[in-house]
Ligand binder design. Structure first.
Ligand code: AGP
Length: 609
């Protein structure tokens, strides 16, 4: 999704801004641009495609200056063209970059056109820069003119604005889209994501909803939504040297798949003892666990699939009703909230607009409390939730979520056991057994990764497929959904997932020799039923790709391609079965030659509706 970087320093900021944009590439974008202030005015370069295309423009025509703003754009209003790329200008003097969506852009555009403003782009963003220009006619103070303009905007935004002859300050603001201030020595920065600034600082101030900030070389002044100056704390970033480096791997996605044993161990650390889940992981006061009578889980995409698995665990272990819903649906309906319901959100980024909106709505609905399972400690979701359980996966750069998903599942298993235990639904022996199983998880993931070469071979057979069906039963059904999402996202093969028992109610009509059927086989009381479902497919000539442990008595045979998955306790099966599906989609994407880490049209952090 769109990214912002801004800098004001004693040195030339062009390189700082370009490096910042490169660090934001993982978020997904389709064009980029930079505007630089110097004594001669504000000048810009924009380019469609990768940041490298923008760098090429700087190589051809360098722009130097000690203040500037930069942007990666993910198209919402208007195609990915150079004209629609940010920064947008009003006149030659005033430039602005924007993340988010201005919902009332159409009437504002009409009003500005009547005043004689000409629009050069199809974007909603351009109205903001013209409005500031217009405001400056009656309010000569740059800061105040920006503040006056923001009052007229409906929707979500993070902005950074720079004005010619104002070479000592730039203005930034946030409402609904994330923005951080990077604090340096005689230089200061803004960015939509702290990763964009790690090459220049590790000190950050997280802006809050409605904040406007005046950034100079010597300091920052933050005005809150009530226009009162606020002194916000500076946080020091905890460097994880691995985070933004691909190391020996060709793609971030593969590196992140292979990090799973390590990050799952990090997710478990300090959360389980020899025999118990340590409820202190939810904070000093874990008494809310005893009071829970229902659980509502709300999330998007891969995080939603993790929530679907947790429903099986919570209902099975704790015996409590649990509903799971995508945030974009939840936020627009009237929700009935039973007494003592826990509101649980899941998000890798903690900045997903729909999930944040759902949390804000839920806060008005009388839930027992809100718990966020999230990977980014400084995110808005963490800051706005009453309770947090961090997944500790480290920065995930690949757009396709892998380690974030399996750590979410790990954190959800911890949560499910904690609720069950505190509600008295779990005996001490059973809890000790589950905790012992969980401790073996990193080793099992390691073992599952050993099938990489075998899965790579299988993936060659997918290169010219256009469709695929994924089947699972019970908690393996959400894993089938997740497998199909991964394949769609990065290999652009149309894939759907079904609970295996549903096959005969319609999708069986699609089965022929061109349709690969990927089946996740649990080793439980559903095994025989699932084997019957497989017969239904085999009888129609479908090609079966079966992922199962070796004791299921399934193996390679005519029409069946078998891949072994480690045999684990039933509770861990959904987590361990995720690994081969990640590897499969990765290798298929590599065979197809797609952009694995930054698939087309997608963004890492979906900060707009
Ligand atoms: C995962 O592969 C996807 N890129 C996407 O579905 C993602 O999980 C979704 O956008 C939610 O993001 P979040 O976890 O950061 O809230």
């Amino acid at each position: 999704m769109c990214g912002i970087v801004g800098a004001i320093a004693q040195r030339n900021v062009a390189k700082i801004l370009l490096e910042g944009l490169s660090r934001l590439e993982y978020r997904g974008y389709d064009s980029s641009g930079v505007a630089i202030n110097n004594e001669t005015g504000v000048r810009a370069h924009r380019a469609v495609g990768k940041v490298q295309a923008l760098r090429d423009k700087f190589d051809a025509v360098p722009l130097d200056g000690k203040q500037g703003i930069a942007h990666t754009r993910w198209a919402t209003h208007g195609k990915p063209t150079e004209a629609n790329a940010h920064p947008h200008f009003s006149g030659d003097d005033l430039a602005l970059v924007h993340n988010g969506i201005i919902e009332n852009h159409a009437p504002l555009r009409r009003e500005l056109k009547e005043k004689g403003y000409e629009f050069k782009s199809e974007t909603d963003t351009e109205v903001i820069v013209h409005l500031i220009h217009d405001a400056l006619k009656s309010e000569p103070d740059f800061l105040q003119a920006v503040k006056n303009t923001l009052k007229r905007l409906e929707g979500a935004f993070a902005i950074a604005v720079t004005l010619n002859h104002e070479n000592e300050r730039m203005i930034a603001a946030r409402k609904g889209s994330p923005l951080v201030v990077g604090v340096g020595i005689e230089e200061n920065f803004v960015a939509s994501d702290q990763l964009a600034l790690l090459h220049v600082t590790d000190q950050f101030i997280f802006l809050e909803e409605g904040d406007v900030v005046e950034v100079t070389r010597d300091g920052v002044t933050i005005f809150d939504a009530q226009d009162t100056v606020q002194d916000r704390p500076v946080h020091v970033f905890n460097h994880n040297v691995d985070a933004t480096d691909k190391g020996e791997y060709r793609h971030y996605m593969m590196k992140e798949i292979y990090e799973q044993p390590k990050v799952i161990a990090a997710c478990l650390e300090g959360r389980i003892s020899e025999t118990k889940v340590l409820t202190s992981c939810f904070g000093v006061d874990s008494s809310f666990l005893k009071d829970i009578e229902n659980v509502h889980i709300v999330a998007c995409g891969t995080s939603y699939h993790a929530g679907m698995v947790a429903k099986y665990w919570i209902e099975d272990l704790a015996g409590l009703p649990c509903s799971v819903e995508v945030a974009s649906e939840y936020r627009y309906r009237k929700v009935a909230v039973p007494k003592n319901t826990l509101f649980l959100t899941l998000s890798q980024s903690g900045e997903t607009a729909d999930t944040l909106a759902a949390l804000r709505m839920a806060k008005e609905l009388g839930y027992l409390t809100s718990l966020a399972i999230c990977n980014v400690p400084s995110s808005t979701l963490v800051r706005e939730s009453a309770l947090t359980l961090l997944t500790n996966a480290g920065a995930e750069i690949g757009v396709a979520s892998t380690k974030a998903f399996t750590t979410q599942l790990t954190a959800l298993l911890i949560t499910s056991i904690a609720i069950a235990s505190e509600k008295g639904a779990l005996s001490a022996e059973k809890e000790a057994e589950l905790v012992t199983s969980m401790r073996s998880l990193p080793a099992h993931i390691d073992e599952a990764l050993k099938q990489d070469a075998a899965i790579k071979k299988v993936s060659d057979r997918f290169a010219n497929k256009h469709n695929a069906l994924f089947l699972g039963r019970g908690p393996m059904f959400p894993i089938a959904l997740e497998g199909s999402l991964k394949l769609k996202e990065i290999s652009y093969i149309h894939a759907e997932a079904y609970p295996a028992g549903e096959l005969k109610h319609g999708p069986l009509a699609l089965v022929d020799e061109d349709m690969p059927i990927i089946t996740l086989v649990p080793h439980n009381n559903m095994l025989d039923k699932l084997k019957s479902n497989l017969q239904e497919v085999a009888a129609r000539g479908g090609e079966l790709y079966v992922f199962a442990d070796k004791d299921t008595d399934l193996h390679n045979e005519d029409g069946v391609i078998f891949t072994e998955v480690p045999k684990v306790d039933e509770i861990l099966e959904p987590i361990v079965h995720t690994i081969p599906l990640q590897l499969l989609s990765y290798h298929v994407a590599v065979v197809k030659g797609t952009d694995v880490d930054q698939p087309r049209n997608l963004a890492k952090s979906v900060t707009v509706e």
